[in-house]
Write a protein that binds this ligand. Sequence first.
Ligand code: ADP
Ligand code: ASP
Ligand code: MG
Length: 409
Amino acid sequence: MALVVKKFGGTSVATTEKIMAVAKRILAEKKEEDKIVLVVSAMGKTTDELIGMAKEVAGDPYRYARELDMLMTTGEQVTISLLAMAFNALGHKAVSFTGAMAGMKTNEVYTKGRILGIHPKRVEEALDAGNIVVVAGFQGINAEGDMVTLGRGGSDTSAVALAGALKADSCEIYTDVEGVYSADPRLIEGARKMQEITYDEMLEMARLGAGVMQPRSVEMGKHFGIPIHVRSTFTDKKGTMIREAYTMEEKDFVIRGVAHDDKVAKIAIMGVPNVPGIAHTIFSSMADENVSVDMIVQSSRNIERNVTDMVCTVASSDLGIAKEVADRVAKELEATGVLIDENVAKVSIVGVGMLGNPGIASRMFGALKKANANIDIISTSEISISCLIEKSVLKEAANAIHDEFFPRA
Ligand code: ADP
Ligand code: ASP
Ligand code: MG
């Protein structure tokens, strides 16, 4: 007997036909004694559409995060009920649960909640009673009993966390591409499918924008030691295994992949006094509003006025709140002003192969030069290098970098 958690993303359940197709595929593949838990996303672009409606009534809906969560969680609820009905209509018992019913407890941070614990008692009981269990991804419940979502792409995290809590034999993420590629196959010509990738490299790719997996889901996989199989909903080809260490020798690439993120914005607080504690004042104010700041640069000091500029990037969805904070802090510090630039994107390379390998950064910069992309900010981690560039040259830049490290035959 196997207990398997399978997650189907938005495109995989975009229409009632596709929901029927998922149900039929599961039943065709299921062995009598298998226990199956399905975690599903909202149908197609539903979450975007819900956010779009919220914008119509509220401008920046992330300012009303509790209500936005109340709205967004409805998307997944549509899918779970339809899928459970589809199974029943096809002759197999199935039952649907919201995140709360499945015992998914989160912290109190609306729209970017973290899972604090999972108590999937009802899921286990329903499995024991012979049901296929369908759980709403992307959502949980906080200590007050409010619905909280887990950040965009959060159904991945729901699935891996549930697999961990249920001690599942495997966790499969079904999506609209055939696995994890060396770059987003929708942007990069010649992106290559990987047979496997480590948690650490996948986490870095995801953190830097590879939307195929939510970063926290990879953290969860590593935490629980669950290998994650990323594969296509529309074929039965083997996909990519995300696991602790490589088990086979793929061609020895210096870097593992190229990631990009165009949902970022740059904020510059100009002319802040150059005295101790300024960075702390600015970034603790951001943290108090749950804004995560990514790249940070402090410009060199203007000697005459003893001031400096503090520049950082944030996720586009945080921009409204981050700008309010920046305006407030700029006033307090008597800074010259705040500049916002939304015409930016981040392109990154990832791979443990770059550790102690000094030629890698210059090859990336050479590729950016070839693409005529001006580098605004550079940041590095042990296993990645990222550059902030103009959004309009992102595609050329990412393709040039990919061609440099994964030359096309
Ligand atoms: P789902 O709705 O199934 O969760 P997502 O849109 O969240 O699907 O994730 C799948 C998408 O991730 C792909 O369609 C692809 O465009 C994008 N993607 C970005 N980087 C990568 C990558 N390195 N490998 C595969 N897909 C990627
Ligand atoms: N529906 C949510 C989103 O679009 C969660 C997910 O798809 O994973 O972000
Ligand atoms: Mg996703």
